[in-house]
Design a protein around this ligand. Structure first.
Ligand code: NAD
Ligand code: UDP
Length: 337
């Protein structure tokens, strides 16, 4: 029995593949490599000493996916494949709706054909919208601020409708907070194309001298130091949440929803300071205007995942900063080195 990991060459997918292989699963990866490098697969194999069966395939390509399901005995799917740049989704909404939503519908149709009815889906804290209620619990109302967020909400709804229509489905919706960090080997990590939008890769590229200065977006928020607060979570902890969710799918039908976060909010300045201390480096930064669309404070209540999945984040902010830098330092140009 194999686990199919869509988007398994990407950032979170590659880390999840490591844990799956280490736990003894057979892993099949499907990825169109639109935002990743096939080198990540080789690195995962090197870390674990185990093989991945890799297919360069698009989730919009039903025949390509049929071939994968025919050639492998797939037990469950962990579905990471999707586009994730918020700004790009505002500029090119149709690309996002087609890739993320139509792609997911194609995947679900092929899963139905092959009677594979277990899925773990990568959702996001973005589905909580612009609320200032913290900590965020899974029962809060949802809304979207961007086409990207809308795709996460719509896929959550599609999966919920599917599970209502067919009681054989077992579906886990995992709402991630802010994944950072990298595998401790420093050989896999986040590989943003162009100038990073997210804070941690921006910090690491300033540290490496690739970028000159970090702009901190807003220092007049109603937070302890005026900068925005987020729940940063180590990607290896996040990956572990998928294994726990996968276990749970074996004994649960219908849809379950869990936050994957640490439950602790760090401000932008906290993270910059933690990075400086953990790595003994100076980060050049300036304060800049607020970034439109940013929430002030966002952190999880992760107690439902602890209670129901037996999962909790274990790694500290120091681990996150050290491992992010270790990856950047070893791979200044990501997988292009
Ligand atoms: P990533 O871009 O590194 O990985 C996504 C992978 O999916 C890439 O390898 C890409 O090539 C592949 N892909 C995209 N469209 C595809 C398609 N049509 N067919 C096949 N493969 C396709 O991103 P990530 O950070 O690893 O994110 C994984 C998932 O988690 C995404 O669904 C993302 O929206 C979600 N998520 C990410 C974050 C984050 O901050 N990184 C936060 C919340 C949710
Ligand atoms: N941020 C920043 N400078 C940057 C990138 C991000 O000050 O170059 C801030 C941003 O305003 C937010 C926090 O860092 O308060 C996390 O931003 P990120 O884009 O990583 O995550 P998201 O906002 O999507 O949760």
């Amino acid at each position: 029995m194999s686990i199919l990991v869509t988007g398994g060459a990407g950032y979170i997918g590659s880390h999840t593949c490591v844990l799956l292989l280490e736990a003894g699963y057979d892993v099949v990866v499907l990825d169109n490599l639109s935002n990743s490098s096939p080198k990540s697969i080789g690195r995962v194999e090197k870390i674990t000493g185990k093989k991945i069966k890799f297919y360069e395939c698009d989730i919009l390509d039903k025949n390509g996916m049929r071939k994968i399901f025919k050639e492998n005995d797939i037990d469950a799917v962990i579905h990471f494949a999707g586009l994730k740049a918020v700004g790009e989704s505002v500029a090119q909404p149709l690309k996002y709706y087609e890739n993320n939503i139509s792609g997911t519908v194609c995947l679900l149709e092929v899963m139905n054909e092959f009677n594979v009815k277990k899925m773990v889906f990568s959702s996001s804290a973005t589905v909580y919208g612009m609320t200032d209620k913290v900590p965020l619990t899974e029962d809060l109302p949802t809304s979207a601020n961007s086409p990207y967020g809308q795709t996460k909400l719509m896929i959550e709804q599609i999966l919920t409708d599917l599970a209502v229509s067919d009681k054989e489905w077992s579906i886990s919706l995992l709402r991630y907070f802010n994944p950072v960090g990298a595998h401790e080997s420093g050989s896999i990590g986040e590989n943003p194309k162009g100038i990073p939008n997210n804070l941690m890769p921006y910090i690491t590229q300033v540290a490496s001298g690739k970028l000159e200065q970090l702009s901190i977006f807003g220092n007049d928020y109603p937070t302890k130091d005026g900068t925005g607060v987020r729940d940063y979570i180590h990607v290896v902890d996040l990956a572990d949440g998928h294994l726990k969710a996968l276990d749970k799918l074996n004994t649960t039908k219908g849809v379950m929803i869990h936050n994957l976060g640490t439950g602790v909010g760090y401000s932008v300045l906290d993270l910059v300071n933690a990075f400086q201390e953990a790595n003994n480096l100076k980060i050049n930064y300036k304060f800049a205007p607020r970034r439109p669309g940013d929430v002030v404070t966002c952190y999880a209540d992760p107690s439902k995942a602890k209670k129901e999945l037996g999962w909790e984040a274990k790694k500290s902010v120091v681990d996150m900063c050290r491992d992010s830098w270790n990856w950047q330092k070893n791979n200044p140009n990501g997988y292009d080195d």
